[in-house]
Design a protein. Sequence first.
Length: 196
Amino acid sequence: MNPLRIGLLPLYLELYDRTLAEARPRLEAFYHQIVDAFQAGGAKVYTAPLCRLEPEFAAAIRGFEEAGADALVTLHLACSPSLESSAVLGSTPLPVIVLDTTPAFDFGPTQSSDEIMYNHGIHGVQDMCNLLLRNGKPFRLEAGHWQHSDVLERVLRWARSVRVASAQRQARVGCIGAPFEGMGDFAVPLGVLSAP
């Protein structure tokens, strides 16, 4: 079987490119760490530039669809405003899996407040999931630290599950001969077999 294929969508905020451009390289590096971790788990990962505005989200998701991704996995690198991504996410036929993780493992009293800049994606996750729910787009949410939990494996398990479900929906059934007359357990009307 071909490797599992996921599109990893990096959500970011255009405001930061205008006001805190120095933050981008570190968050891009984190994105690539997650890409590498998924690849180490056996997935083929389709990537996109950090997405900030609706046209960027649309281009990235269209690329994942055209590449034949089995699932779309979101990764909030910042508190990305949901109105930039939710309409495009809501209209894609790809199953959506929301990965909620951060670079830092914890925030205790000794943690520098500067680290908030690199670990506040949860606010965007809440915003986006709220709109996905309100707009009737199904998704799966998995949360945990990418190094200190099994969250990446859980995401991959869900991606494998949706791949199997998609294959089942697209499966073709063949029929040789006719049902055995009088045997109800084998008597499946052909219309049932061909129904969507």
